[in-house]
Design a protein. Structure first.
Length: 150
């Protein structure tokens, strides 16, 4: 009985291991280097959140770290390599924290995290909410706040 149980367990382990897939994970060569996180692949475009310097009229920084605020970036992936890194523009880009992002299965709806306005155009860097936008063609539509942001 003990030998039969051992044989059964070994056979089951063999079946389970045959159904497993092994992945090789390697870092992408994304330049310039920033504090990059929360990558999402939508079709052949990689979206990610990054804390990196960028050219802007007024540069906002985190008061605690003196680093730039988070922005949403993307790059087309071809043959496993990222192309030109670009700031996601339009309604998904604000002067303050934008990202991380999550996409619908079709990739046409995005949910992003960003600072919540606190009145008079100001935003509290520590108060974040969820916002949604729908893509029409090649551009993102108006960003709508989640009804239960507080």
């Amino acid at each position: 009985m003990r030998g039969l149980l051992t044989t059964f367990i070994l056979a089951l382990a063999t079946l389970v291991s045959q159904g497993q897939v092994t992945w090789s994970v390697e870092p992408l060569d994304i330049k310039p280097v920033g504090d990059d996180f929360a990558p999402v692949l939508v079709d052949s475009t990689l979206y990610f959140t990054s804390v990196r310097d960028r050219v802007q009229v007024v540069a906002y920084t985190d008061a605690a770290t003196n680093k730039p605020l988070a922005d949403l970036y993307c790059a087309d992936i071809r043959s496993g390599k990222p192309g030109h890194i670009r700031l996601v523009d339009g309604t998904l880009c604000t002067p303050l924290n934008d990202g991380p992002a999550s996409f619908s299965p079709s990739g046409d709806t995005v949910c992003i995290t960003r600072n919540i306005p606190t009145g008079k155009g100001k935003r509290n860097a520590e108060l974040l909410g969820l916002y949604f936008a729908v893509r029409t063609g090649n551009s993102w539509g108006e960003v709508t706040p989640f009804a239960h942001n507080s």
